[in-house]
Design a protein around this ligand. Structure first.
Ligand SMILES: [Fe+2]
Ligand SMILES: [Fe+2]
Length: 319
């Protein structure tokens, strides 16, 4: 996963660029490791602060803050202010943050620098996504895809992950995955021939759109209640059906074929699809989806030529 090192947002220094003497006041992910009593009778708390560029230890001697930190039973995004200094106890000139102030993150504050970033160019993929939509020749299908990806849905589609942990679990992962699946599915459709390429393209672009209601783009990418109760395949079908009802421009048979691609994109009922693939277009989108999710597993920080256990595939992969 690419580390975000080119962050130039005002008032925010990425942790991997921290230097001695720097005063900071920004949102970090704080992991508490220990709260205790110091030798001079005071209290202290220590742990780690992180963003997606790196991680350094923190120490805090302010009694009021230490008291608040005692309640932290999980890593939490918080605003901290303090000084970056040499960690005298580490003995290797490494840095630590001395926390002097701590406050809650307010609703709507930007925490994107704490979230994992994918190794892809978001602007380029957004452009490719728009081109893919405009290359759908069937006017009814194109209008339907445009309707689904309109307004807030489109804005969220650009930032949402496609997974909590297993694949494309980073900001913009859903956009990245959808564009790649559409590219792969179109290449297969071209090579194999004898199928409705517009349906393949529309199906590939739409297949996982319900994930933006199934998985939250907040810290840790948690599942939503609606997501757990309905699942992304059902949510996607609901979104596409609602858009189709609104437009009334899609041929009924085409709509049924499109819904089949969405419903069968996991391939088999044992893998969560309500129906198994029964059309050429359904198989093509399913295999494009599967190969893209698998190839994404090789996008790792671990060095080339190393073995890494992969949770999604339940095996070691040779990178
Ligand atoms: Fe899916
Ligand atoms: Fe997918």
């Amino acid at each position: 996963m690419k580390k975000n090192t080119d962050d130039t947002r005002e008032g925010k220094d990425m942790i991997n660029e921290f230097k001695t003497g720097l005063k900071i006041d920004q949102i970090v992910l704080l992991r508490l490791q220990k709260v205790g009593n110091s030798s001079n009778g005071g209290v202290f708390a220590r742990g780690l602060i992180e963003d997606n560029s790196g991680c350094i230890p923190f120490i805090c001697f302010e009694a009021g803050i230490v008291e608040k930190l005692r309640a932290f039973d999980a890593p939490k995004a918080v605003r901290v202010a303090g000084n970056v200094d040499i960690n005298k106890f580490a003995g290797d000139m490494s840095l630590q943050l001395i926390i002097q102030k701590l406050s809650e993150v307010k609703a709507g504050e930007d925490i994107s620098h704490l979230l994992p970033q994918g190794n892809f160019d978001k602007a380029e993929y957004e452009e490719r996504f728009k081109q893919q939509i405009s290359s759908i020749n069937d006017k009814g299908l194109r209008a339907l895809v445009e309707e689904v990806f309109s307004g807030n849905v489109y804005q969220q589609f650009l930032i949402n992950p496609a997974g909590m942990r297993l694949h494309h679990a980073y900001v913009g992962g859903l956009l990245h995955h959808s564009v790649c699946v559409a590219d792969l599915a179109c290449a297969l459709a071209d090579k194999i021939g004898g199928m409705d390429k517009d349906l393949v393209l529309a199906g590939a672009l739409l297949h996982d759109v319900g994930k933006l209601k199934e998985i939250s783009p907040d810290m840790g990418f948690p599942y939503t209640t609606g997501g757990r109760l309905l699942g992304h395949i059902t949510i996607t079908v609901m979104m596409v059906s609602d858009a189709a009802a609104k437009l009334e421009s899609v041929d009924d048979k085409k709509l049924q074929q499109l819904l089949h691609i969405i419903l069968s994109h996991h391939g088999e009922q044992e893998k969560g699809s309500p129906v198994a693939c029964a059309t050429k277009e359904g198989f093509v989108v399913h295999y494009a989806d599967e190969i893209d999710a698998i190839m994404n597993q090789f996008d790792s920080d671990a060095g080339e030529g190393t073995w890494e256990f992969n949770k999604m595939l339940q095996r070691y992969l040779y990178l």
